[in-house]
Design a protein around this ligand. Structure first.
Ligand code: BT5
Length: 236
């Protein structure tokens, strides 16, 4: 994948592309500069959260990780939402349709998951992984997914080059990440809050059940009148 001519900022340098690897999350670490990106044509053991799997047939999806070095003490759990905003905008630009962010880490179009974000903090850095379904056909998407899945192709029938999408996503990620590092979640909140998928839906998160009142300014999901820091959302 020739990304270099398409890059608009510092994210994506250096860029490493491998045809196949277990997980792009394992290709970056504390020795890499901020904005370094590793992408793979295929992951043999792609990871979701909580030990779950991320699956995509070879050459059909964008699967990559970026190295971030947030300021000490920054609330890094907010980075899934910051990245979700960059992914949602990229998807909207590609499809000319609106996308939603489903707390804490999914991007949705038409009530289906088109992308997932995985932020892993280790050794003082954050490895931020993004899987975006691009060219999968309906048969190539996981059938038994917890949340029904879609790809850009199943939504509008168009096959796309992955490199321009990745370059666009990285430019947006850099812009929102820089805003977040200087101004906190407030600096990007409007874009996230206005795309809140769960707001107004009845949900259960652990022992909390109620109507989701939306995200608060710290990036927590308000269920009934309780802000929830993290957890698994079930629609009820
Ligand atoms: C996520 O986890 O949504 C985070 C996914 C992050 C994947 C990227 S790819 C690049 C980088 N390298 C990695 O190894 N990972 C990151 P979670 O919310 O736990 O969702 C996982 C669940 O989504 C699975 O249990 C399935 O039900 C479903 N799923 C698996 N593959 C999917 C796909 N391609 N599209 C939609 N849903 C999928």
């Amino acid at each position: 994948m020739n990304l270099d001519p398409l890059l608009r900022g510092r994210f994506g340098r250096p860029f490493r592309y491998v045809r196949e690897t277990e997980s792009t999350q394992a290709l970056l670490g504390a020795g890499d500069p901020e904005g370094a990106v590793a992408a793979a044509g295929h992951q043999t053991a792609g990871r979701g959260r909580l030990g779950r799997r991320w699956e995509a047939p070879p050459g059909t999806a964008l699967t990559f990780s970026t190295l971030l070095r947030p300021p000490p003490g920054a609330p890094v759990q907010q980075l899934s939402l910051v990245a979700g905003l960059a992914v949602a905008e990229t998807v909207e630009e590609a499809l000319q349709l609106s996308a939603q962010i489903k707390w804490p880490n999914d991007v949705m179009v038409d009530r289906r998951k088109v992308a997932g974000v995985l932020a892993e903090a280790r050794d003082g850095v954050v490895v931020l992984g993004i899987g975006l379904n691009v060219n999968q056909t309906r048969e190539q998407l996981p059938e038994d997914a917890r949340v029904p899945a879609a790809s850009l192709r199943t939504i509008d029938g168009t096959e796309r080059e992955p490199a321009p999408l990745l370059a666009d996503l990285l430019a947006r990620l850099e812009q929102h990440y820089d805003a977040w590092t200087t101004g906190g979640l407030d600096a990007v909140f409007d874009g996230i809050g206005s795309r809140d998928f769960l707001r107004g839906r009845r949900v259960r998160v652990g022992e909390h059940e109620g109507v989701a009142g939306g995200l608060d300014r710290a990036g927590r999901l308000v269920v009934g009148d309780r802000p929830v820091e993290s957890g698994e959302v079930e629609l009820v």
